[in-house]
Design a protein around this ligand. Structure first.
Ligand SMILES: Cc1c2[nH]c(c1CCC(=O)O)Cc1[nH]c(c(CCC(=O)O)c1C)Cc1[nH]c(c(CCC(=O)O)c1C)Cc1[nH]c(c(C)c1CCC(=O)O)C2
Length: 319
């Protein structure tokens, strides 16, 4: 469950006075924070504590992660001459990630560790807008109006992302997740034309790594088929599309991940139980189902509900 840690008092305590990016660069903190939700909730896998902007900061971009806002880029990328500020990533740039993963794999024992990275489109949206956006106006203006610059930027981001995920696989993660959180802003035709080739380069570039590849997005109902075709073993689905319907779109060759609405965790246990049973039942239509929320855990979520939710999923699925 992404950002599950944010709802935990032990997370808020350990992060006191430490900036988000700084905490991502400290292997001792990364290890402890990654383990916190595993200890508390008995989830079946750990998700590596980091952020999608960590590799682009390591590749030369001046940025910060502002609490309550998200990533903010000091000088956005808007022109060809800005591209040089985004250098290729070399593994030594993210030695702290290698070290944290090694420590974690040793601590986790049989519990798998899921590594991740942001997909080229979602990373580009932060670099071009300069921060979070609701409309992706500048991003889309470049995509439609300056396709050469767009493709050059996304190609650089795909290379950085592939290197970053390779580093994680080499250090010992058991699966990788590519987060294209904001790809749902696009039509299927535009996704296939302007974005999918770059994401496919990342995902197919990892085939020989031999670990499952999860491809995640939000509001991607019309993109599910294409996101699978891009080279995923598992396609993330948000709460807007029931998992049986999602499987009809994605096809029988790929598993699904999802898709409880994180807001349901605020509606009382009876509702949580009913909706969780529904999600698990609809997930049986797929050849495999990774139970998850449809998006990240809200910071205000009651941790007790999350613990109960995990126990319920274990009980119903017999695992
Ligand atoms: C779009 C995106 C980002 N980051 C991420 C995505 C893709 C997944 C998604 O769609 O949720 C991915 C991410 N970010 C983080 C993780 C680590 C896993 C985990 O903690 O469970 C993961 C997998 C830590 C984080 N990343 C962030 C936090 C919270 C900041 C903090 O604790 O200070 C954490 C734990 C900050 C962040 N970083 C980003 C946003 C939108 C925010 C939230 C801003 C806010 O509401 O405070 C960019």
């Amino acid at each position: 469950m992404r950002q599950a840690g944010r709802s935990l008092p032990e997370y808020r305590k350990i992060r006191e006075g430490v900036g988000m990016l700084e905490s991502c660069r400290r292997p001792d903190l990364v290890t402890e924070i990654t383990l916190q939700p595993v200890r508390r909730h008995d989830v079946d896998a750990a998700i590596f504590f980091s952020d999608i902007v960590v590799p682009i900061a390591a590749a030369g971009i001046d940025l910060d992660i502002v609490a309550g806002t998200g990533p903010v880029v000091a000088e956005p990328i808007r022109a060809e001459s800005d591209l040089a500020r985004l250098r290729p990533l070399v593994p030594a740039d993210v030695d702290f990630v290698t070290e944290a993963i090694r420590l974690l794999v040793a601590e986790l024992g049989a519990t798998p560790l899921i590594g991740f990275a942001g997909a080229p489109f979602t990373l580009a949206s932060y670099l071009i807008e300069g921060g979070p956006s609701r409309t992706y106006l500048k991003t889309k203006a470049m995509m439609y109006g300056a396709p050469d610059l767009w493709n050059a930027l996304l190609a650089r981001l795909a290379d950085i992302t592939l290197t970053f995920l390779r580093v994680q696989v080499d250090a010992g993660v058991s699966a990788v997740q590519l987060f294209d959180s904001w790809a749902g802003a696009l039509s299927e035709a535009d996704y296939r034309r302007h974005v999918m080739p770059h994401s496919a380069k990342v995902l197919t570039g990892l085939i020989d790594a031999g670990v499952p590849r999860i491809h995640f997005g939000v509001g991607t109902g019309v993109l599910l088929e294409a996101m699978g075709e891009a080279g995923a073993d598992v396609v993330g689905v948000d709460w807007r599309t029931p998992l049986d319907e999602a499987t009809r779109r994605i096809g029988p060759d790929r598993a699904v991940q999802g898709n409880l609405d994180p807001a349901i965790l605020f509606a009382g246990w009876e509702t949580v139980e009913r909706e969780t049973r529904r999600v698990l039942a609809q997930g049986r239509a797929a050849p495999g189902h990774v139970f998850n929320l449809g998006h990240g855990v809200m910071p205000e979520t009651d941790p007790e509900i999350l613990t109960r939710l995990v126990a319920l999923v274990h009980e119903v699925s017999g695992s």
